[in-house]
Design a protein around this ligand. Sequence first.
Ligand code: SAH
Length: 347
Amino acid sequence: MTKQDIIQWLKEEDEDRLKKLWRQADKVRQENVGDEVHLRGLIEFSNYCIRRCGYCGLTADNKDVQRYRMSADEIIACAHEAVQYDYGTVVLQSGEDYGIKRDWLTNVVRCIKTETPLAVTLSVGERSYDDLKTWKEAGADRYLLRFETANQQLYDYIHPSLPNKISDRFEILRQLRNLGYEVGSGVMLGIPGQTYDSLADDLLLFQHLDLDMIGVGPFIPHPDTRLGKEGIPWEVDDREQVPNTELMTYKAVALTRILRPDANIPSTTALATLNSREGRELGLSRGANIVMPNMTPPEYRLLYEIYPAKACIDETAKQCHLCMKGRIYSIGRDIGVGQGGRVRRAS
Ligand code: SAH
């Protein structure tokens, strides 16, 4: 698929033609990763964050957030609950929180790996090479770090570097790969200032980066962030601005599947936030093969507000589990067994 083809699909509005795209994505998904949907239990274990991202409600600039860090015991208890639900993986996600010390997280990873059969995925921001290496050696299997947008001007505006360290997520993705992690990345869709041209570049990059997991979800403005309040300080032609809609998300999920047939692709919570009734299912029917039921204890979950009105915000881990299972079975798919790592196709 050429860049022009991708742009044309991203701009496509004709329902019949789009049906063709959905069908093709679903077929590629079926042939390459099968009917199993893998569940990853998401534990949002700290909402402290040092970064000043223009998109995220947890930005250090947001003084109204009540901050929390879960204890090691609380996290490990969640991991045991994940085993009860037959999940193959837990995802430990947080703000970029340097109150989370290398040795502390090493210990948490090691406990989960010794006490359970789970794969452990980390999603804790731009940590040092030595941190990443130590956690890998402790048994961490995977790491998620979205590059958000490959447009440098936009990235620099929405994700400013720290004073003494340039933010280069592509370099960190290389380090993760070299350390032997399964690597996940992805982008937000419809960030103010994101053009069709630049989103097409992002999708093409998915092919070149050899990613195991790719997450694409709609940007949802948070009123207490720079983007939520002011947008961006330069002009973009309305006709070139990618909308942050449900339909755009399906197009991007479907194209990602076609471009990267064997990747693990989630039907995201942000999508479920735009359509709580059937967003998850439609994502799964248009290319996705992963869901991430939220396991964060309810009292903390409310405080992990990266964007407002997040789906599943007032549910318990058990409610999310049952709901997710029901949704998967309702569309005739199976629940994956085992860790659900990337299955590389013989070439
Ligand atoms: N601190 C970690 C985890 C961030 S949360 C990190 O920076 O990698 C995980 C993802 O949520 C982010 O990478 C971003 O793509 C997404 N996200 C954050 N704010 C969002 C918003 N307002 N709308 C949609 N997605 C958002």
